[in-house]
Design a protein around this ligand. Structure first.
Ligand SMILES: Cc1cc2nc3c(=O)[nH]c(=O)nc-3n(C[C@H](O)[C@H](O)[C@H](O)COP(=O)(O)O)c2cc1C
Length: 338
């Protein structure tokens, strides 16, 4: 057995040993991620600009997952207020998602360290310059990556885990699908991998674990939760969405964003096809996520959501109900205990 070669290279015994060590063959839902973050279930609510407020983050954390405050393009003072409100609402671990292109990224990075936030996830770049400061503050650093190369680079820089986010996701996206990206990242790094993009039920969670992930991150499903502050119109659009109702705007400009189809995406894609310069087209999307989340403008707002919106059939469940439903289903499929 030891000498038999696995089709993917290496001996079969060595490959099984690695799979068991990484938690892919399991008795329960505990993984290196639940250990590292001190959470009950390996479910993370993805950081979401405008949607990821203290209300959502604390609800997810109180339900046994990890809630994230989405700093998005917000100022550092708002992020501090959100962190402080979250501390009032939960004594469980929670985190902050920092979009590195935020104009106040340096200040927000400092706020995260000063407030001793348990976890930071980062999007849109390389968080290298903040790593020492966060490590000194005891903050666990988990960058979001969309390629094997970035995952490898992040592991070298000393982060604790990565989120491998597939192109099915809502919001800003990379090119590879979750199905192809996750196992390739799992094989490329030794740190634990969290799968994101296209996961909204227990089947998706179990599938992610089969690919070698040790936790899942969901965005779209949580936008449609009771505690999400997203406008009811937005939540209703997610429930009404079908499998092919999302569009990717900005692909040809190198800024692809996945949103649900509406008048704004029609106008945008037409201008994009006609070769209108990015600076001009971008005017359509300035402030448009706020329009969707706060004003409930489903015509011209950016209804960021993933392809999995088609599977989301209810928006009247709490985060606790969502998490318990998903974990129960995943456990049943995987034949493991919670
Ligand atoms: C409304 C919305 C806003 C988002 N904003 C951010 C963000 O600010 N930073 C980030 O790293 N990811 C952001 N994302 C991506 C999520 O964190 C998550 O990785 C993604 O939604 C997972 O895919 P899913 O939507 O298929 O569950 C956003 C997603 C949505 C739906």
């Amino acid at each position: 057995m030891n000498n038999m070669l696995s089709p993917l290279g290496g001996s079969i015994l060595a490959r099984w040993k690695m799979i068991i060590e990484r938690g892919c063959v399991k008795r329960n839902m505990k993984t290196r991620i639940t250990e590292l973050l001190g959470i009950e279930y390996p479910i993370i609510q993805g950081g979401m600009a405008w949607v990821g407020t203290h209300e959502l983050a604390s609800a997810v954390s109180n339900a046994g997952g990890l809630g994230l405050i989405g700093a998005g393009g917000a100022p550092a003072s708002w992020v501090r207020e959100q962190i402080q409100a979250c501390k009032e609402e939960t004594d469980k671990p929670f985190g902050v998602n920092l979009m590195l292109m935020n104009a106040e990224a340096d200040e927000i990075a400092k706020v995260i360290a000063e407030e001793n936030v348990k976890v930071v996830t980062t999007g849109a770049g390389n968080p290298g310059k903040y790593i020492n400061m966060w490590k000194e503050a005891g903050t666990v650093i988990i960058p979001v990556v969309a390629s094997v190369a970035l995952a490898r680079m992040m592991e070298k820089s000393g982060v604790s885990a990565v989120v491998a986010e597939g192109t099915e996701s809502g919001g800003h996206i990379g090119a590879a699908t979750t199905m192809t990206l996750v196992p390739q990242v799992v094989d490329a790094v030794n740190i634990p991998v969290i799968a994101a993009g296209g996961i909204a039920d227990g089947r998706g969670m179990a599938a992610a674990f089969m690919l070698g992930a040790e936790a899942v991150q969901m965005g779209t499903r949580f936008v449609a939760s009771i505690e999400s502050i997203a406008h009811q119109n937005y939540k209703d659009r997610i429930v009404k969405a079908k499998d092919i109702d999302s569009e990717v705007t900005g692909l040809s400009y190198g800024h692809p964003v996945r949103v649900l189809r509406n008048q704004m995406t029609k106008d945008y894609l037409k201008m994009e096809k006609d070769g209108v310069p990015f600076e001009e087209v971008e005017k359509l999307t300035l402030g448009s996520l706020k329009k969707a989340v706060v004003d409930g403008d489903t015509k011209y707002g950016s209804l960021m959501a993933g392809q999995i919106a088609g599977l989301v059939s209810r928006n009247d469940l709490t985060c606790k109900e969502i998490i318990e439903e998903i974990v129960t289903e995943a456990c049943r499929l995987m034949g493991v205990d919670k």
